[in-house]
Design a protein around this ligand. Sequence first.
Ligand code: FES
Length: 139
Amino acid sequence: MSCSAGGCAPRRDFLKATALSGAALALAACGGGGSEDPDAERLWTDVAPEENLPAGEAGVAEVGDRMLLVYRPDEESVMVFSSVCPHEGCAVGMDGEHFECPCHGSQFEFTGERIAGPAQEDLTSYEAEITEGMIRARL
Ligand code: FES
């Protein structure tokens, strides 16, 4: 089932279906150590099977002890964000056609860009990809 309006069942299914063990897939931290790249320590982690989030949909995924916001603009691409609100750290969720923080009402596009509210920054994004049927992010 597919829907683009907020509050529909597939998003709930997505959440339930993505409660993963949190096991991370290490994809080789290349180099000889001592890298100054802060992303070098991040591990590629399975977020959800791609079939759980149709193109054009957004959802919330639980991965280990993290809640992630996921948007799939088309068949080939995916965007993954931290659900931690850049205002004061509440958990951002979904509200219709955007992500919204329940604490003080900050709103964000599914692309992570701030729309309104007291938050002054966009959502924190993670490098993400769809590969071999799996949505993955470098967390
Ligand atoms: S903590 Fe999210 S708007 Fe204040």
